[in-house]
Design a protein. Structure first.
Length: 252
């Protein structure tokens, strides 16, 4: 079993949605196998199915002046920011396939999200960054720190969010996925209340790691860990068009 990997580079969000739709349609038709798209987006704010418009703090005028688009989309979750230096992954997989821990005819969406979290926890670990889940909150976070000098034990440093996750499932096929802060300019998260979480901030691999961090290294790490967690061989495709053309040639 394998999963196709396509690295798209930096892609405008609307174009990314169109690419996803194309790949999802091909996957539903059986024209291609499971596929992982890795990419970056220019600055954009997305609002999931459970989002509150009030969690976009910046005004429409402020965002428009900076060319920041807003998109209401069908993934789960609340408000999320995407921008340069953030690794975005769109796994387009059929949950009816063979996956570790699958119970019943398909992998449950919650189990799928937990596996995505595991991919990201391992990816952070590759850079020496300890990361974890927080019960009841989707995503991947740093560990909390010790109280600073002059503070009480109750004032323990809160965890910070390293990666957000929001998925959509249609006819058993997933879309959307995760966003891992690699070298992201975290000041731009001030435009929103990230994922509606008011009591924890955000961080990045670059800030947390004790070693140099690059997007290229993060891409390779995430791809490798996706293959390990989902028990698939990762096969790099030269481009999406090449992948679709090769798959079409193999069809009877």
């Amino acid at each position: 079993m394998h999963i196709h990997l396509v690295h798209l580079g930096r892609v405008p969000y609307a174009e990314g949605l169109a690419i996803q739709a194309r790949v999802v349609a091909a996957r539903k038709q059986g024209a291609i196998g499971d596929t992982l798209l890795l990419l970056e987006h220019p600055p954009v704010i997305t609002l999931g199915r459970n989002s509150a418009r009030a969690n976009v703090v910046a005004s429409d005028e402020f965002l428009a002046a900076r060319g920041v688009e807003l998109h209401e989309i069908n993934r789960g979750g609340d408000v999320t920011y995407h921008g340069p230096g953030q690794l975005v992954g769109y796994p387009i997989v059929d949950l009816r396939g063979n996956f570790p821990g699958k119970r019943g005819p398909h992998l449950g969406p919650v189990d799928f999200v937990r596996m995505l979290e595991e991919v990201l926890i391992r990816t952070c670990g590759d850079f020496g960054v300890l990361a974890k889940r927080i019960p009841g909150v989707t995503g991947v976070f740093t560990f909390g720190g010790s109280p600073q000098a002059g503070t009480t034990p109750d004032e323990k440093l809160r965890e910070k969010k390293l990666a957000a996750i929001g998925v959509h499932v249609s006819q058993g096929v997933t879309s959307h996925g995760f966003a891992l802060n690699v070298t992201t300019d975290l000041r731009e998260f001030e435009w929103i209340v990230p994922c509606g979480i008011v009591d924890r901030g955000v961080s990045s691999l670059e800030l947390e790691a004790s070693q140099p961090v690059t997007m290229e290294a993060a891409v390779h790490s995430a791809a490798r860990n996706f293959g390990r967690v989902f028990a698939r061989q990762v096969v790099w495709a030269e481009s999406l068009d090449v992948l679709l053309e090769q798959s079409a040639l193999k069809r009877p």
